[in-house]
Design a protein around this ligand. Structure first.
Ligand code: APR
Length: 227
């Protein structure tokens, strides 16, 4: 079976009603990254960060996967698929994908602020300001913030190194090291980029599908599965 790696970003979940980060109505229009998405900000104002991620988690409770997530999952009928996502939502899981690497953490999990230990599922409930993990540390969202290591990066790189087809969908490719994963693709790999807008220049040959995720993924699914 041929291997497919998917590198997804916020755009794949846009049609499920979740805001992207850098579009004109994106999250970073209303919040400053330096206040809600960096490790220094956590130590400066953990209550604000707790509120921000409590709100993100609550928004996810009623979100449903769209056809792009569902088609990514359906690719498993024909290919060996690894989903590498920058998203903290659980829509790839809800769609039925079985092999998912979350590069930037997961909204429905919490952990200890010292060393990200005691990772636990918390579903959609808020984290309290005074909640502690069993080691007595403050509980924090299980998110990879700017300034932190990306522990699953090497798993993502391994999946891309092995793949025959790489599908990049709904990411502006602004954020490293995630954006650099595409350069691990072997030379024989076919690379497809699905996005309604231009993304960062890519110094590899790619097939660009300038469409929204659901439409672009339908077109690509039909093409790959008829070959
Ligand atoms: N279908 C496909 N792509 C879309 C759609 C759609 N319906 N709507 C928007 N997009 C595209 C945008 O054109 C853009 O290229 O999705 C991309 C979203 O880019 P960003 O907002 O930068 O999101 P992403 O690339 O996932 O951000 C990476 O940045 O702030 C951090 O940690 C956060 O994981 C995130 C990382």
């Amino acid at each position: 079976m041929k291997k497919i790696a998917i590198l997804s970003g916020a755009g794949i979940s846009a049609e499920s009603g979740i805001k992207t980060f850098r579009d004109s109505d994106g999250l970073w229009e209303n919040y400053r990254v330096e206040e809600v998405a960096t490790i220094d900000a956590w130590y400066r104002n953990p209550d604000l960060m707790t509120d921000f991620y409590n709100a993100r988690r609550a928004e996810l409770e009623h979100a449903k996967p769209n056809d792009a997530h569902l088609l990514v999952a359906k690719l498993e009928e024909h290919f060996e698929v690894t989903v590498i996502t920058q998203n903290i939502d659980n829509l790839h899981e809800q769609a039925g994908s079985s092999n998912i690497i979350h590069l930037h953490g997961e909204a429905t999990k919490a952990c200890s602020e010292n060393g990200k230990r005691f990772v636990q599922d918390i579903g959609y409930r808020p984290i309290g300001y005074d909640e502690k993990t069993p080691d007595g540390a403050r509980m924090r969202p299980f998110i990879v913030w700017f300034g932190e290591d990306v522990p699953r990066l090497s798993d993502g790189a391994h999946a891309v190194e092995q793949c025959d087809i790489l599908i990049i969908i709904g990411t502006s490719l602004n954020v490293y090291p995630a954006a650099g994963l595409l350069y691990y693709a072997p030379s024989h790999c076919q690379i497809y980029v699905i996005d309604p807008k231009e993304v960062q220049p890519i110094s590899r040959d790619v097939h660009f599908i300038k469409k929204k995720a659901t439409e672009g993924m339908r077109e690509l699914y039909d093409m790959l599965c008829s070959q």
